[in-house]
Write a protein that binds this ligand. Structure first.
Ligand SMILES: Cc1cc2nc3c(=O)[nH]c(=O)nc-3n(C[C@H](O)[C@H](O)[C@H](O)COP(=O)(O)O)c2cc1C
Length: 324
């Protein structure tokens, strides 16, 4: 069966719970898969390769038990995100763990996915690569990956910048395999819209930040619930790569967001950050909190079950609107 159909047959919605450093752990992955959306986590969320091994054992066992107890329910496969850049000293060891555990879906980020494709295919695994430019989409396609994840403007964490309408249509000119759209998708209507546009799945990160099962701190979850699109700041001044953060979190860490400059610079939607004082030790991800443009989709802290149930109802409503 083609990969798209193979995955969808095990899912209740075409949604991939995106990997989020620290935030995505066992609880979020397991809850997502049980609800029929593909749960993923970054290998680096585990402190060591041994801890990754333990996580993979736990996730596999828990999902196998749940599947056996619910044979007629779609239980989605899970995935692990590997950062392939040479700056990740654990890349090789984590890959070995992934191979040993035969992780069903591997998401390759930042770096050439070519070396991981063959060993993952060898055990029947599926490789997706996330990309934020058309050039990198072509490289990943040439490297033999099974699916492409298009990181567009408005993503939580490290973000793309291309408009999704432009990005999907341009990539569809040379890629007819599985395509995942990422960036600010947190409503069932947006999931359907992504399909209409030409994507097969969506990637959903920020919408799950405030879930009960996420490892985000309670204050982080509360901030996501309070924030809206205008509270999201795009800057490369925190990690060196362009990423989206919540303004109150930047301010709490001692960064001043230059609102005036932002108003002038609507072209880039980029803010000038001036470090004024405050907590010099504040670390991105742990203390300075990310969220995408879709912050407004989270109105409360809720269980993954509740979020997926809501998404399904919204998705069905959007599909029905098409037939009227
Ligand atoms: C807190 C946070 C941490 C993230 N960490 C990672 C990561 O470790 N690896 C990765 O490939 N993407 C990471 N991302 C990006 C997501 O996988 C995904 O691309 C993004 O959340 C999609 O956009 P959305 O948040 O608007 O749904 C992170 C995103 C957030 C919000």
């Amino acid at each position: 069966m083609p990969i798209k159909e193979q995955l969808l047959a095990q899912m209740s919605l075409p949604v991939i719970a995106a990997p989020m450093f620290i935030v995505s752990g066992e609880a979020l992955v397991i809850a997502s898969c049980k609800e029929g959306i593909l749960g993923t986590f970054p290998a680096l969320s585990a402190r060591t390769s041994q801890a990754l091994d333990d996580m993979l054992t736990h996730i596999r066992t828990e999902l196998a038990t749940y599947k056996a107890a619910h044979p007629s329910k779609p239980v989605a496969p899970f995935g692990t995100n590997l950062i392939l850049h040479s700056s990740n000293p654990r890349a090789e060891e984590d890959l070995q763990r992934v191979i040993e555990h035969q992780v069903p879906v591997v998401i390759a980020s930042v770096g050439n996915p070519a070396p991981v494709v063959e060993p993952i295919h060898a055990y029947g695994g599926i490789v997706f690569a996330d990309v934020s430019t058309v050039k990198h989409a072509r490289y990943a396609a040439d490297a033999g990956v099974d699916g492409l994840i298009l990181l567009c403007a408005g993503c939580g964490g490290h973000t793309g910048w291309l408009n999704p309408f432009a990005f999907v249509r341009e990539v569809r000119e040379f890629w007819d395999g599985p395509l995942v759209l990422a960036g600010s998708i947190g409503h069932g209507a947006s999931v359907r819209a992504a399909e209409v546009l030409g994507a097969d799945f969506v990637y959903m990160g920020s919408r799950l930040l405030a879930s009960d099962e996420s490892n985000a701190a309670l204050e982080y979850k509360a901030m996501v619930v309070d924030c809206q699109g205008d509270d999201i700041v795009t800057t490369d001044k925190i990690t060196g790569m362009r990423a989206n953060f919540m303004r109150p979190s930047l301010e709490k860490a001692g960064h001043q967001v230059d609102k005036f400059n932002n108003l002038l610079d609507t072209h880039k939607r980029e803010f000038d950050l001036k470090h004024i004082a405050g907590d010099q030790k504040a670390k991105p991800w742990k203390d300075i909190w990310c969220c995408g443009h879709g912050a407004n989709e989270s109105h409360a802290t809720e269980s993954v079950h509740h979020i997926v149930t809501t998404l399904k109802a919204q998705y069905e409503e959007a599909c029905q609107r098409e037939t009227h």
